[in-house]
Design a protein around this ligand. Structure first.
Ligand SMILES: [Zn+2]
Length: 470
């Protein structure tokens, strides 16, 4: 697997940077993609997007690429290898239940196959009859960065109580299963462009002693993952943990960075696990102290606009689109402004309607106030540019309101397509600001909007980060 990261532009005042990830299975066959950073990874379920089919996902990306290329004049930075999202695949999703009979069944299958191992079971474990076992992830989407991770960003998906250091308890379709670093690493053989090392995640409210033990164990597991990743030819990202302790995070960052020769990137992990939101920024700084500048940094979990702006300034390059999926699952569509021009008509006051469950970032399509609203989520009357996503191009708020009321799953498809398009559009604008030396204005605009919008809201409807800052 090929993986390469380049920093192209650095912001003058902050640690923000514009970069590029090149990944692919076979460079000679042209099987490579370029993912500009700050970048987005789309969370998946068993390797596929939970709500969108591959063609809808590709359509969302194609429409946005077309807008960037023709309307925003990014012709020089977009070519046929450019992708706007990577994919995040979760280890626990690839655990399958073995047929009763365990080892004997495998031997029998082997005899029937002329003595060969049965296909699909490449990560065999010591299993008893009927026990769940991990199989290698299969078929990542072609030409799109695929990152393997142990934690499901939508549901957390790991148990904070690791037992005796052997491995991490992960949620699987068959209940919780212990995943050892060896088993976990073998999942990605040939099927992920990058794997995040297994790390001993724990809740953010645990004490420093627990954080220290987990950080030490994470480094021990990292050594196993390094060995396995070399054997399986899968580039590896090391995970920096440390809970809510600055000292432990810095120490962990030092220990992980000592293995830098064997790592192609870093994961700033253990966030959105119960830590105090206002402490997140300082903890990220502590975790980045020893992380080399030229390697990409990924921070898993949900993040709001203000957090994304803040984290980019602290030097984070890769995020996931959990926020877009989570917002869609609550029947809400993003409407927050992306560029200054979006507020030219000064209509922001109209967007904040706590009585209809609408806030400054999204509208609540469950609200009956949209029953006869035959406009798309975002049109030209409210923003400088109408949304070109598949949902806004062909459907209305009233239709999605009806779908939600009728419990039609199509509502999720339309909301998810729009939210992903809108968030990816925000990232494209963030990259443009970095490239054109306009980051300060971009960041100030979003901070000011958040401050103004949140001032109008009751604390109960504030995004988590803003609520903590009040
Ligand atoms: Zn849209």
């Amino acid at each position: 697997m090929k993986f390469q990261f380049t920093v192209n532009v650095k912001d003058q005042r902050t640690d923000g940077r514009l970069g590029e990830v090149l990944s692919g299975a076979d460079v000679d066959d042209g099987d490579v993609s370029t993912l500009p950073s700050p970048a987005l990874l789309v969370p998946t379920s068993k390797g596929e997007h939970a709500t969108l089919t591959m063609d809808v996902l590709a359509d969302v990306e194609k429409r946005l690429l077309s807008v960037l290329f023709y309307k925003r004049g990014e012709k020089k930075v977009i070519d046929e290898t450019t992708r706007l999202f990577g994919t995040l695949v979760v280890g626990g999703h690839f655990v399958e239940k073995r047929a009763r009979g365990g080892k004997r069944a495998r031997e029998r299958d082997g005899e029937e196959n002329g003595g060969e191992e049965p296909t699909g079971a490449t990560a065999e474990t010591e299993t008893e009859a009927g026990e769940a076992t991990a199989v290698a992830a299969r078929g990542p989407p072609a030409r799109r960065l695929t990152v393997g991770h142990y934690r499901d960003p939508m549901f957390f998906g790991v148990n904070a109580q690791s037992r005796g250091g052997a491995g991490l308890l992960c949620d699987t379709p068959f209940g919780q299963k212990m995943m050892t670093p060896e088993e976990y690493s073998r999942l990605w053989s040939g099927d992920a462009h990058v794997a995040c090392a297994l790390a001993d995640e724990h809740a953010g409210w645990e004490n420093e002693k627990k954080s220290k033990t987990a950080a030490i164990r994470t480094c021990e597991w990292l050594d196993v993952c390094v060995r396995e990743s070399k054997a399986n030819d899968v580039p590896l990202w090391g995970v920096v943990l440390g809970g809510s302790s600055h000292e432990v995070r810095e120490e962990c960052s030092k220990n992980v960075a000592e293995r830098d020769d064997d790592l192609t990137g870093y994961v700033i992990g253990g966030f959105y696990a119960g830590e105090a939101p206002h402490e997140r920024g300082g903890l990220i700084n502590a975790a980045l102290v020893h992380v080399p500048q030229q390697k990409p940094r990924y921070l898993p979990g949900p993040a709001t606009v203000e957090e994304i702006v803040d984290f980019i300034e602290r030097g984070i390059d890769i995020f996931d689109a959990t926020w877009a999926s989570e917002t869609a699952s609550r029947g809400r569509a993003f409407v927050f402004p992306i560029r200054k021009e979006d507020l030219a008509s000064d209509v922001e006051d109209e967007w904040v309607q706590p009585s209809a469950g609408t806030d400054a970032y999204s509208i609540n399509l469950w609200s009956t106030s949209y029953k006869k609203d035959f406009s798309p989520f975002i049109d030209k009357t409210a923003r400088a540019e109408a949304c070109a996503c598949p949902a806004c191009s062909e459907h209305t708020r009233a239709y999605v309101h009806h779908l939600l009321q009728a419990h039609e799953m199509t509502s999720q498809v339309l909301l998810e397509a729009h939210n992903l398009y809108h968030l990816a559009s925000f990232f494209a604008e963030a990259r443009r600001a970095l490239r054109c030396g306009e980051w300060s204005e971009f960041a100030a605009f979003h901070r000011k909007y958040a401050q103004k919008a949140c001032a109008k809201l009751e604390p109960s409807v504030l995004p988590a980060a803003a609520a903590a800052a009040v």
